[in-house]
Design a protein around this ligand. Structure first.
Ligand code: ADP
Ligand code: MG
Length: 237
């Protein structure tokens, strides 16, 4: 595709922690409308890369562009205002609030039609039946869906998900895969950091493999899965 299809791009992005280079001159991009999965062994630099994108960490060198904007110098909230949304690994919901009240929290930051967006988000996340349930009563999978819903209320252009099915049952994993796929069908772009290859296979066509801070391989899931070096470093074969 042309440059106009690129939603997120990193240019020679580098993060050093003392003598350790966690992210090493990474040129990485996410195309509008795709579900891009980022995989790699423990310590590969996946979380560091994600935190550089969200602005929780500052790069040692390099730049990040999102939807035509240079993100350098913007804090996390300012990045969210540009249409970048993040869902971290463990649910960050307000346990003492109901599902609907949780959804109202991010919505307060917008001028969107609250009642319409609430109804639409409950529907999309399959939480309509739990609208008045206190978040502390939800299962782990429902909490994850609620948090994806909270991100959705901001109408993001890109959703970053860090291991969205970690610790989930098979049924909960199915629900999250179905949610991601249906949002993708509606045009949402995703960057998903994921360990579970079975899940990656179900949601993603294009995969990037990170190893020791650098991109080792990029390509279609079938190619990545059958690549000998990937199998050796990632799957331990
Ligand atoms: P992954 O998410 O792929 O498992 P990380 O991004 O968490 O990898 O870590 C990449 C490397 O950077 C690891 O060697 C890790 O120990 C190191 N690292 C991550 N965060 C810090 C930090 N805050 N201080 C020092 N080293 C760190
Ligand atoms: Mg990590």
């Amino acid at each position: 595709g042309s440059d106009t299809d690129t939603l997120l791009a990193t240019d020679q992005l580098t993060k050093k922690f003392g003598g350790l280079t966690a992210v090493d001159s990474v040129d990485f991009s996410v195309t509008e409308g795709e579900i891009r999965c980022l995989i790699g062994p423990n310590g590969a630099g996946k979380s560091t890369l994600l935190e550089l994108i969200t602005g929780q960490l500052s790069p040692t060198e390099g730049d990040i562009y999102f939807d035509g904007t240079d993100l350098t110098g913007l804090d996390t909230h300012e990045r969210i205002d540009t249409g970048l949304s993040v869902k971290f690994q463990s649910p960050h919901v307000y346990e003492n609030l109901s599902v609907t009240e949780n959804l109202r929290v991010p919505l307060q930051r917008t001028d969107r039609d609250t009642e319409r967006v609430l109804a639409e988000t409950l529907e999309r996340t399959a939480l309509s039946g739990d609208a008045d349930t206190q978040a502390s009563e939800l299962s782990h999978g429902e909490k994850q869906r609620l948090e994806i819903g909270m991100a959705l209320t901001l109408d993001p252009k890109l959703m970053l998900l860090d291991e969205p099915v970690a610790g989930m049952s098979i049924d909960e994993t199915d629900d999250v895969a179905a949610l991601i796929r249906s949002l993708h069908d509606d045009g949402m772009t995703f960057l998903v950091v994921e360990h579970d290859m079975e899940f990656v296979r179900r949601i993603s066509e294009q995969v990037t493999v990170l190893n020791q801070g650098s991109i080792l391989r990029q390509g279609p899931i079938e190619e990545i899965e059958s690549d000998e070096e990937v199998r050796r470093i990632y799957l331990g074969e």
